[in-house]
Design a protein around this ligand. Structure first.
Ligand code: ADP
Length: 383
């Protein structure tokens, strides 16, 4: 009797194990399916990484390279075996080694580095221009455990840009000389024809056009000088109100359409580069005139707040939308609307304005509303 009981117990045990095995098998099948999916996904990712035109490199937090794709080999000339396990510093020119700790500290905080343009070293010792986008690699708990780096070779783009800049600089130089003599001829002719009203008017207009061209050429020449790093700031103490007066007088020669009112101090010394600040003010007043096609007063002001002098140019013109306000100071950026389309310009004036002010340790501040006018202001240290 007890034998039968034992057999029944054993059978029950087998049945239980069979059910458990069935469950284990189902779990195993699920795991195998999940693993196959992960395998397929990583195969797709690998083939994307391998077929990318950009170098894709990953490294750990000590800057040791952990992966190296085919384009990294094509761009830098090193095979994966030569780079995996090596320091990324092998690719960085000596004078740029300080870039790496800066990049690392930004990434340790979990921040990306986007389109950072710099130079890197190839295996054959030549330098190439690259644009780097670097992102942190995080583990499941959100800790930064490594970095992935995408390097795009922009050497051709840079060379093209350099050629274009050289061309612009050359053309501007060549235009400047004949324009200067043209202006002198106009001025001499105007003096000799004081009784011929029509001729006098025509010569006056010709002088205005020549002055406009002169301003444009000056901006282009300044642009190429900035790009070549040839501009330096020579600070001196001068009366900025005199400079404002001169710039207003010059602007009134070019256009009488707007009244330009001056408000503020009768005299105010600042410590800055007079010629470059004159260029900033000329650009701001000229823009206030250009972008107020329906007229409206322009107000130029100068106030002192403790050790700083604040200069403002305000107009009642077209105004600038919030999205465009962020882009205006980029090189060649122009607002494209039905109204601005007809106003000539190259989009370099505000780029120069902001570069000159940055070199002075200052910055341009813009307040504007579409349709209600704009106010550009900046500060300089009192002299
Ligand atoms: P440009 O006048 O040659 O186009 P700028 O760099 O001086 O170049 O100006 C860039 C753009 O900013 C202009 O095209 C214009 O759309 C806008 N802008 C500049 N100043 C003003 C202003 N006072 N009012 C409205 N828009 C302006």
């Amino acid at each position: 009797m007890s034998e039968t009981k034992d057999i029944i117990e054993k059978i029950k045990g087998y049945e239980k194990r069979e059910t458990e095995l069935k469950l284990d098998n189902a779990e195993l099948r699920q795991l195998i399916r999940a693993l196959t999916l992960v395998d397929e996904k990583s195969a797709v990712l690998n083939s994307i990484i391998e077929s990318s035109d950009d170098a894709i490199i990953s490294k750990d937090l000590n800057s040791i390279i952990t992966s190296w794709n085919a384009s990294a080999t094509r761009i830098f000339g090193y095979l994966p075996d030569e780079m995996i396990g090596e320091s990324i510093l092998k690719l960085i020119p000596l004078e740029r080694h300080d870039e790496e700790p800066k990049i690392l500290s930004q990434l340790r905080q979990g921040l990306r580095v986007n389109h950072f343009e710099t130079q890197r070293l190839r295996k054959d010792g030549t330098l190439i221009h690259v644009s780097l986008t670097i992102s942190p690699i995080k583990d499941n708990y959100g800790n930064v455990v490594g970095l992935s780096k995408i390097a795009r070779d922009i050497t051709d783009k840079k060379l093209m840009q350099q050629k274009k800049d050289e061309f612009v600089s050359f053309v501007s130089h060549e235009l400047k000389t004949p324009l200067t003599s043209l202006k002198s001829y106009i001025q001499v002719a105007a003096k000799k024809t004081s009784d011929e009203i029509f001729l006098l008017k025509a010569l006056g207009r010709a002088e205005v056009q020549a002055k406009k061209m002169e301003n444009m050429i000056r901006d282009f020449l300044n642009l190429s000088r900035f790009e070549e790093g040839k501009i330096s700031i020579e600070n001196a103490v001068f009366d900025v109100v005199n400079t404002l007066d001169d710039c207003i007088a010059d602007a009134l020669v070019i256009s009488h359409k707007h009244a330009i009112n001056y408000q503020g101090l009768a005299s105010c010394k600042v410590n800055a580069d007079q010629e470059k600040i004159a260029m900033v003010i000329t650009n701001l007043i000229s823009n206030a005139q250009k972008y107020s096609p329906d007229g409206g007063d322009i107000t130029v002001s100068c106030e002192r707040h403790h050790q700083m002098v604040n200069i403002k140019v305000a107009d009642k013109g077209l105004g600038i939308s919030t999205e465009n306000q962020k882009l205006l100071f980029q090189k060649f950026h122009r607002v494209e609307t039905e109204k601005t389309k007809l106003i000539p310009g190259f989009g370099i004036g505000l780029y120069l304005v902001s570069t000159v002010l940055t070199l002075h340790g200052s910055q341009i501040v813009l307040k504007s509303e579409l349709g209600s006018g704009s106010e550009f202001s900046f500060e300089l240290p009192a002299g």
